[in-house]
Ligand binder design. Sequence first.
Ligand code: COA
Length: 644
Amino acid sequence: MSISAVQKSNSTIDSNMLRTGLKLCGPKGFFLKPYASSFELSCHYASTNPAANVQNLPRLPVPKLSETLDKYLKTVRPHLNDEEFSQTTKLAKAFESGIGQKLQSLLESRAEKHLNWLEEWWLNTAYLEYRDPVVVYSSPGLVFPFRKFTNQNEQLQYAAKTLLAVLEYKSLIDRNQIPTEMMGKNPLDMSQYRKIFGTCRIPGEKRDKLSYNDSKYVTVIHNNHIFHVDLWGEDGAILDEEQIKNQLKKVMELSKSRTDKGIGILTSENRDTWAKAYNLLIKDDVNRESLADIERSLAVLCLDAPVDVWKCPDKNARQNLAAAQTIHGGGPDSNGCNRWFDKTVQFIVGADGITGLTYEHSPAEGQPIAVLTDYIIQYIEQGKKSTTQSAKPKDPILLKFNINNEVTQMVTTAKTNLNRLADNLELNCFTYEKYGKNFIKTQKMSPDSYLQMAMQYAFYRLHQTPGAHYESAATRMYVGGRTETIRSCSIESIEFAKTMLNAQSSAKEKVQAMKNAINAHKNYTVQALQGLGVDRHLLGLKLIALENGIEVPKIYSDAGYIKSAHMRISTSQVACKCDGFMCYGPLVPNGYATCYNPRDNDVNFATSSFASNTETDCGKYRTALEQSLQDMHDVLLKSTQSKL
Ligand code: COA
């Protein structure tokens, strides 16, 4: 498809999107339609490769240079003084009339040759070349609703049901029966669903790679020992719940004591460090086979040790504990060694009732994982019984590793490093119970934009300075689409925060400032969903310069670029129907993360910051956020009452 054809297809993007946004529904939702029949052509491998464009989706556009730069100048304004702004404006104008034109035309040529000009670049720069540990810095946790297990049988029964739900869901994916998600009238790219199971990130020096596989077994980790557990019997029939439970029981019997030589901890390391250890390990045939076994499995199941979750004083404390367990396993002395962080999904079933998952972010966004979560929870709550039964289950196999002194030393260092990482992550996860999406809708406002502006207001009230603010918007209406950044900090959001904090402002002025801020955010969102934001385009222009040996233009080292891209608030809406939430670490040392699940009558928030940073304080940020939500609610009601 040519560029002009792309632009044509963009112009047909449904205008309802402004109101409806991304409709994500589980298999029983109302906004779903079955896959187009062409999708059914795909085999597992072909369908993980969007080059086939089996859904016949439009291609990610290259935005117009002048439009991106206009938008850019608006978004840098809150972060700059007059002198800095004048310098940034000068640089942007020089870029637009100078080297920017050449880069733009090179980027347009790339877009003609690739179905999605960004996809491979993004996978590499945002994930596979990123060298910090995936733990805390990249892989989110997802906390499922709490359970109370009083004995091992209950833990294993829940784990067996989770695996059966996973198999049922995978079978829907394989049979192309996951309904296509829609944004307004636009179907979304569903290829991420095919990358959830069987995928493993393999460490490499400078750049990791992804390995896509299909298999009939899972990796189970207990007491830091790693097992191969078949979910099909020798006769080719699938195991039923009781049989899977028995397999897991055997795993526990074979690993009664905890090993301090578990090598799973190495996957929590800096990626170059882990790559070095990996290269040492694979020199040995036994190790190579064991590593390949983990790589090919469908997913990991972590049968975790108890963490006294029911001794926590309240739900808030339980949520913090569970978030820590799903992000970093609570450090090496808790369940941090009972993990294989390279696997796309690891399901966590803790002995006393923390359940959830950790997911390696590179192959997919959080939303497909949240849809999977709702499926699992619904499956378990329905109390469905599996019907098939294999006559001949295969025994679990303990994976063996030959570990020399050098690797033992690396395991010790990895434990120290994970301890440090875990200690440094402050979490404050809570359910905001006073209202949810329904109240915001009654005010005729977009819930997402409203919540984003509450975060802007909270940050400003706490730090009295604008906070550059990242929100992910899905660009999955395009083939191979991932995300674009919504720059939530705007001239209007700062004006709103100032008006709210000004004791002299009337309720009417406050409501007007709120509406202006929400509308500005919504407008940016609509553009970002169409791939017309600032960040991915500027990234593309920079990468095309590097690829062509052109000096990176000055605009990228200027205060405007640096300050507006130093995302002090890193946020993402990950919506699931169950009472769960996703959680992750901040993007920058002096930043906060806020992942949120807005439900009809409440909102689950997971906030975090780094303990070592003296500027930030997660507890204070949470308080400011709650106060801001309360103030916004009160001023809206006050203004409605004064109209009556
Ligand atoms: N008045 C009344 N109702 C309104 C409204 C208004 N002015 N504006 C929106 N609404 C309604 C919508 O119709 C929608 O209704 P529904 O609950 O019946 O579906 C609901 O409010 C939510 O809409 P809104 O809050 O505006 O946006 P959204 O839920 O579509 O979310 C994004 C916006 C950007 C978060 C979403 O499009 C997206 O991209 N999500 C994926 C993010 C992502 O990738 N996360 C994972 C990263 S790892």
